[in-house]
Every structure is written in structure tokens, then in C-alpha cells.
Design a protein around this ligand. Structure first.
Ligand SMILES: *Cc1c(COP(=O)(O)O)cnc(C)c1O
Length: 417
């Protein structure tokens, strides 16, 4: 797997990652990451980097952040043993319940952390991008909480597809700015938000939603999301009596996955990230960036992206809007290249099936994004019986009911019994 590096070099990168030495001071994770932005954006990024450096690990900020996580987000989230699923899979299955966090997914950890940072940096208002609307909702809620006005950039195509979230964002007191440019979806929304940021880098804070983009975002978002893995690691020791053999998380931009994996990097735990396999392996049919992509620059970072032979970034497809992105965080690109994390994909159909099975066996309606992790874990269990499996349950599936309703339920065990 680690064809990019000699064994010794891969080991050195892993040791650096475990020690907390990555990214380096240029924002690089080995060859990946960095900051490839237009000259006009450099002062805004430098100002943010300085602010992160000064505040993120400072005691006053951390105690404020931990207090909000406890009292407003509802942390720690539960670690749930799944007895029926364990029986069905001939495995020992544990679930880290980010679906129980405020607003229904892990995204709120990052949103409230950055909103508090915005406040510290003296920002007068916050801007954010959103695709499916989930990050827009989290950002709007967090900004309401810290009393900062918030504008959410959203492509007009997404506004139409995700109308309930547009309404949710507005009710949470934020403004939705319709983006008509470019592909009219997430990528265009990010570009427009960056354009707005340039106009007033001191007054505006840009609250990015995943562990992607130019330095320091992949680092900042990881640091705010590692609460997932830190809690899960301790809960496994306390409740399961030991660490898992393997941990699974779904990967869109990669924030919930890096949050779960990062505190486990130094442990003897196999780590598997699961991307959206969509309807097939062809370009445009999936969002399996790490599984099928190639190196390139996307939105400020050198990472693995889905592009054609001419370097044109490709449209993606996934049944889950949150995994539908043609790039991935640069730290994941490194973790794949050094062979520490394996990245595989699950198809739309496999995700739907896994979602149904989990729902019927454990009474947990998971998000379509998350269902990809279950689909992969289920396959793994078939090939590796008796393993202790940890699954990062990144969010809840209530938001997906309009999609799920189009697919009649296949599991009806109690009705037919
Ligand atoms: C947004 C989202 C994801 C994908 O984002 P990451 O940054 O890859 O974590 C996964 N699961 C849920 C529930 C989401 O809302």
C-alpha cells in the first residue's frame, strides 16, 4: 500500500503524526496539505493561523470549549454496545454515538469550537459554506450560541435539494446567501465564502466545515474533532475492557474519521475509512477519492482528488450528500500513503442495506453517510470472525427520511414473524 515511501520514511511520518508533530510549520502532512491560495487570501490565512496558535491550546479557551461541549453539545456522547448486531455479524460491535450530539452529528464539535475562536479573535461576523446544509445548521446554531451574526453560502442547486435545512438555518438566526456561480453546489459555495473573506479578513471569521482546505483548517478541525476519539478510546477501556481490534468511520472531507482515528494512531488498532462508492467505479459515479483519485490541488491543499486526465475536477455522486465531495483532507492522504489507515468504499445499495439492518436490530436510525461505515464493517466481520469492532456513528438519519422514503424497507422481520 505504501508505494509512495520507503518503509523507514513511512515509519518516520507515522511517528511524527503520533507525537503530534504534523502538520509541520508549513502546514504539511508529509507531501500533502500546505497552503495554495491566491495572494489576496494570504493575510487572512496568516491571521487565522496566528490566532489558532495563540488560543487553541491555551487553558482559558480549552476550559470554555470543554464547558460548551458538556453543557450545550451534550458530551461525552455514549459508547453503545450492539448485542443484536454483534450476534448477526459474529463479532463484538461497539458504536460511538455522535448522533446524540446537539444538532444530530459530529459537525457541532467543530462549529462551536470555531465560533468560540471567532469570538476570541474579535470577529464581528461569521461566514460558512454548506453543501447538504448540515454544516450550515451547525454553524448557525453555534453562532447563535456565541451571539455572532452568521451568513451561510449555499449553492442554489443545493438550496433546492436541501430546502428543509435552508429553513432550519434561517430559523437559527443565520442568513443564507444563494450562490449562482460555478457548479452552484459546495465547491462554488466555498469559493464565494473565500471571496467574501478577502473583503474584510479582520471583521470576518470563516468557519470551515471539514478537515480540508488550506492550512490551518485541516489541523484546526482535527484538533476540535479529536474529542470523539479521546472519549471513545477511554470508553472502550472502561466499558469493553480493552481497545477495539478495528475502527471504522465514513469519510467525506474526513473530519469525523480523523477525530476518531487520531487518538488511536499509536495503538494496535486497525483503522479503516469508508468512502462513498456510489453506483459504480467510473469517474462521476462515486466519491471514492482516496480509493480511486490522484494527487492534485483542491481548494488550497495538495491532496488526493477526483480529476480527469486533464486535471479537471470531477463531479461526484453519492446517495449521501455529506460524502459527495471530490477531495479529501490532506492528513488522510498521508495516512493512506504510509499505510496506517486503509480506505475502502461502500456503494449506495450497500449503505442502504446496512442502514436498515442497524435500524431494525439496534433501534438506531443512522445517517446515510454513516451507513457506509457499517456496510464496510459488516463485510469485514464476515471475513474476520470474532473481532472487536468500533464504529464511529457520525450522525443520525432523520434528515435522510425524504431519501429513504424512496426505497421501500426490505427488512420486515417482526411483521412477517
Ligand atoms: C457531513 C457529514 C459527514 C461527512 O463529513 P466528514 O467531514 O467526512 O466527517 C459524515 N457523516 C455525517 C452524519 C455528516 O453530517
Amino acid at each position: 500500500m505504501s508505494t509512495l515511501f520507503a518503509a523507514g520514511e513511512a515509519r518516520a511520518f507515522l511517528d511524527a503524526a503520533i507525537k503530534g508533530d504534523l502538520p509541520d510549520d508549513r502546514g504539511r502532512f508529509g507531501p500533502f496539505g500546505g497552503r495554495y491560495v491566491p495572494e489576496t487570501l494570504v493575510p487572512a490565512f496568516e491571521r487565522l493561523e496566528k490566532g489558532v496558535h495563540e488560543h487553541l491550546h491555551e487553558a482559558a479557551f480549552q476550559s470554555e470549549f470543554q464547558k460548551e461541549l458538556r453543557e450545550w453539545v451534550g458530551r461525552p456522547t455514549a459508547l453503545t454496545f450492539a448485542p443484536q448486531l454483534s450476534k448477526a455479524w459474529a463479532a463484538e460491535v461497539w458504536i460511538k454515538r455522535e448522533d446524540l450530539a446537539h444538532t444530530g452529528a459530529h459537525k457541532i464539535n467543530n462549529a462551536i469550537g470555531q465560533a468560540l475562536l471567532a469570538k476570541r479573535l474579535g470577529a464581528q461576523r461569521v461566514i460558512a459554506e454548506t453543501g447538504a446544509g448540515q454544516h450550515g445548521v451547525a454553524a448557525a446554531a453555534a453562532c447563535a450560541r456565541v451571539d455572532l451574526p452568521c451568513s451561510v453560502y449555499m449553492g442554489v442547486v443545493d438550496m433546492e435539494r436541501q430546502a428543509p435545512n435552508v429553513d432550519r438555518i434561517r430559523r437559527l438566526g443565520a442568513e443564507v446567501i444563494a450562490v449562482e456561480s460555478g457548479d452552484k453546489t459546495l465547491r462554488a459555495a466555498i469559493d464565494e465564502a473565500l471571496r467574501a473573506w478577502v473583503t474584510d479578513p479582520n471583521g470576518i471569521y470563516y468557519l470551515l466545515g471539514s478537515a480540508v482546505g488550506a492550512h490551518p483548517y485541516p489541523y484546526l478541525v482535527r484538533e476540535l474533532q479529536t474529542v470523539i476519539g479521546k472519549e471513545a478510546r477511554q470508553q472502550m477501556l472502561d466499558q469493553a475492557g480493552g481497545l477495539p481490534d478495528v475502527a471504522f468511520a465514513c469519510v467525506g472531507g474526513g473530519s469525523n474519521a480523523i477525530g476518531l482515528f487520531y487518538p488511536l494512531l499509536g495503538d494496535d488498532v486497525e483503522l479503516i475509512g469508508v468512502e462513498a462508492g456510489g453506483t459504480g467505479v467510473g469517474l462521476g459515479q462515486n466519491a471514492a477519492t482516496l480509493a480511486t483519485g490522484t494527487p492534485g490541488v483542491l481548494q488550497g491543499a495538495y491532496t488526493i482528488i477526483l480529476q480527469d486526465d486533464d486535471g479537471q475536477v470531477q463531479e461526484t455522486h453519492s446517495i449521501s450528500a455529506g460524502l459527495d465531495y471530490s477531495g479529501v483532507g490532506p492528513e488522510h492522504a498521508l495516512l493512506q500513503a504510509i499505510g496506517r489507515v486503509k480506505y475502502i468504499s461502500a456503494t449506495d445499495d450497500e449503505a442502504l442495506e446496512a442502514l436498515e439492518e442497524l435500524c431494525a436490530t439496534e433501534g438506531i436510525l443512522t445517517a446515510l453517510e454513516t451507513a457506509h461505515a457499517y456496510a464496510a464493517a459488516r463485510k469485514y466481520a464476515q471475513q474476520n470472525p470474532g473481532k472487536r469492532i468500533l464504529i464511529g456513528n457520525s450522525g443520525r438519519g432523520d434528515k435522510d427520511m425524504p431519501t429513504l422514503t424512496q426505497y421501500p424497507a426490505r427488512i420486515r422481520s417482526h411483521e412477517s414473524a
